[in-house]
Design a protein around this ligand. Sequence first.
Ligand code: ZN
Length: 245
Amino acid sequence: MLVPRTHSYQAYAKVKGTAVINPIEEKVRCAYDSEASGFIIRHEHSLHELPPCIKVLRSQLELLIIDNNYNLRALPGFLGDFLFLRVLDASYCRIKNVDPRLGCLRRLEHLNLANNQLEYLSFEASRLKSLKKLNVENNNMKVLPGGLLFLQHLKELTLENNPFYDPVEIEGTPDVTLSPCLSSIECVNCCIPTQNYRTFISFHRLCQHVELPFVFHTCSDTCQAQVRDRLDRYNAAQRERREHQ
Ligand SMILES: [Zn+2]
């Protein structure tokens, strides 16, 4: 259910001390005043970052389409406040970084980040509990976040044309040197945020894909052991499913 409002965008902008000055802000104003559940910014070649004025739509948007903005380089943390978002399409941009706060989008069902310059999805993927479809094809990713393995509803994963690690290629190389360097993580087991973390990479099946590399960040040796146990159970369940097919 969306949060009811009593103020128009003009009243909101006045409170915030901002004025409507460009076409995107004008579109935001229209979307806000009409309580639109969808919003599109497309083919805006001068757009380097998402304008903060979009924040006013955080309690109403279920669909945000920002594809084909060829100079857009990041998905900002404030998108993590769009708690009703079900569809986010930021494909065909130049995105290198995704803010960890995107992990807060618990209603997100469809995330399309295809055709960008992503090296890693730096949010705790296990928190995207509603995710059904993820498209990250044509990026620069070598590993995937391990939390993806624990999403019950994920059924469609598109990831062609990424330079993913091959198990033979990385044999003997310490996992820590192969993992993305993050200043802090959220433990995939207990969800505690920490800067002092353990890392390991392991290969698993997911959706129609075989032997994909996943990286796991945990806060302690105990959590790491519990994740490894959980992965053993995951592999056993996958094997059982194949045997019954
Ligand atoms: Zn932990």
